[in-house]
Design a binder for this molecule. Structure first.
Ligand code: B16
Ligand code: MG
Length: 213
């Protein structure tokens, strides 16, 4: 491929954020921890263990690493249960069209998701076959904003980072794309994603050739 697109999953292709939030909420209630939906923005794109630290907040020091692992497993079990409800009807507007437009232009297409459940989500959405390559949290050491996940995807596609475009809804994700030396397309609001090279409100406004240098 001469150029490639690397898409984030949660918040760009489908909105699993609400399910993550519901699962964290359940755990917070069980632990008697304060929780409000404003937590949502801070949890976006952040790994499972880092999210747990945010949820525990000032009480993080009261739990051993082993206890934290068990709490994270508990949240994940709740999240996986909720995933069973996802179908292709949960694809965000314009998502499939955007992915198909990339393919139709003969460009490489990869997924870079901080979720260890990314493959299961793609499967539920019935879009696994659209991607040339998938990198998820099981394959990387450093989470976003570290560029590792985007660099790995570019490497797998055999495309230099300077010829790749990353598509993200999270601040940490946009930072990861920029650190990887790629062009960053933010999906969401300009005030939140001001570090991106371009911001579009959603994928119905996505045109692959607009972002190629
Ligand atoms: P899991 P993305 C991220 O996915 C989510 O945005 C974030 O909220 C979540 O904590 C993280 O995946 C880990 O998910 O617990 O399933 O491994 O936006 O990078 O596709
Ligand atoms: Mg995301």
């Amino acid at each position: 491929f001469r150029h490639a697109f690397i898409f984030d999953l949660d918040g760009v292709i489908t909105d699993t954020a609400a399910l993550h939030l519901a699962a964290w909420h359940e755990l917070a209630l069980a632990l008697g921890l304060p929780f409000n939906n404003a937590m949502g923005e801070r949890l976006k794109g952040v790994s499972r263990m880092e999210s747990l630290e945010l949820i525990l907040g000032a009480r993080a020091g009261q739990y051993s690493n082993e206890q934290k692992m068990r709490l994270a497993d508990r949240k994940n079990a709740a999240y996986v249960r909720l995933l069973a409800r996802i179908t292709s009807a949960d694809l965000l507007p314009g998502a499939v069209e955007a992915l198909k437009a990339v393919r139709a232009s003969g460009l490489g297409l990869a997924l870079a998701s901080a979720s260890k459940n990314a493959l299961a989500v793609l499967d539920r959405l019935q879009i696994t076959g659209l991607f040339d390559h998938v990198v998820d949290a099981n394959q990387v050491r450093h989470g976003k904003p570290d560029p590792e996940i985007f660099l790995r995807a570019a490497q797998a596609l055999g495309v230099a980072p300077g010829r790749c475009v990353g598509v993200e809804d999270a601040v940490a994700g946009v930072q990861a794309i920029r650190s990887a030396g790629m062009f960053a397309v933010g999906v969401g609001s300009r005030s939140v994603l001001f570090e991106a090279d371009r911001v579009i409100p959603d994928l119905t406004h996505f045109h692959p050739t607009d972002y190629l240098r």
